[in-house]
Design a protein around this ligand. Structure first.
Ligand code: ATP
Ligand code: MG
Length: 210
């Protein structure tokens, strides 16, 4: 066959294909080895923190994933009770128990004692969940702020998390997660804002922001 430019191109493509195949085989071997080495089965503590959008939606996504597998999930929302939330309406229909910190919590008036009492009540409920082996997944949405404001006791939270049922998964969301909780966690992701529609004057929207 004559050495035409088109034959040269075909040979180069063939070489590139075999190099790609070799690289992929190497990568697959590495991934397979790591999968084979990951043998521990236990409940994990996941923290989703940072200033970007996507923390609570990630937590609720995990709840949906667990419920899809027939697992029992429970959600405690450390937010003002009247805050609307599409996930709550959907997941409650699927049998997920919600506890919303609820009435009394007033960002507006910043009545510290009322807020603290509401936070502590939500934490007492969270603690009963952290002792209940029938709950496979517990989402503590926005609990980080309760630690920042010192409305609930850090050591109490750490002890309850450490002593939870061995197979229970917990997801914690919220900005500025305390470093002690990060240290205890198995998986920690920080959502970093690059842009947010709100900064361009686009208002919070149903189905996207709540
Ligand atoms: P989401 O519930 O959408 O996953 P989030 O849990 O990461 O958001 P929060 O700090 O709990 O974020 O904020 C709750 C609300 O604030 C949501 O409506 C969210 O869209 C909005 N929000 C989140 N990040 C930003 C940001 N960087 N700038 C402006 N608004 C934000
Ligand atoms: Mg959130």
């Amino acid at each position: 066959m004559s050495d035409t430019p088109s034959n040269n191109k075909k040979d180069e493509d063939k070489d590139e294909n075999s190099r790609h195949k070799a690289r992929m085989q190497q990568q697959k071997a590495k991934v397979d080895e790591r999968i084979a080495n990951a043998q521990v089965e236990k409940g994990v503590l996941i923290v989703i923190t940072g200033n970007g959008k996507g923390k609570s939606t990630s937590g609720f996504g995990t709840v949906a994933r667990a419920v899809g597998h027939g697992l029992k999930a429970c959600v405690v929302q450390y937010v003002k009770g009247t805050w609307p939330c599409g996930e709550r309406d959907l997941l409650e229909k699927l049998g997920v128990e919600f506890h919303v910190m609820g009435t009394g919590f007033t960002w507006e008036t910043q009545d510290k004692e009322t807020d603290k009492a509401a936070a502590q009540k939500a934490w007492e409920f969270s603690k009963t969940c952290l002792q209940d082996p029938s709950i496979d997944l517990l989402l503590l949405d926005e609990i980080t702020y309760m630690l920042t404001y010192k409305y609930i006791d850090l050591d109490d939270v750490l002890v309850a998390l450490e002593n939870r049922p061995v197979n229970q998964h917990v997801v914690i969301t919220g900005r500025a997660c305390h470093r002690a909780v990060i240290e205890l966690a198995d998986t920690v992701s920080e959502v970093r804002p690059i842009k947010h529609a709100f900064e361009a004057g686009i208002k919070a929207q149903k189905g996207i922001d709540w």
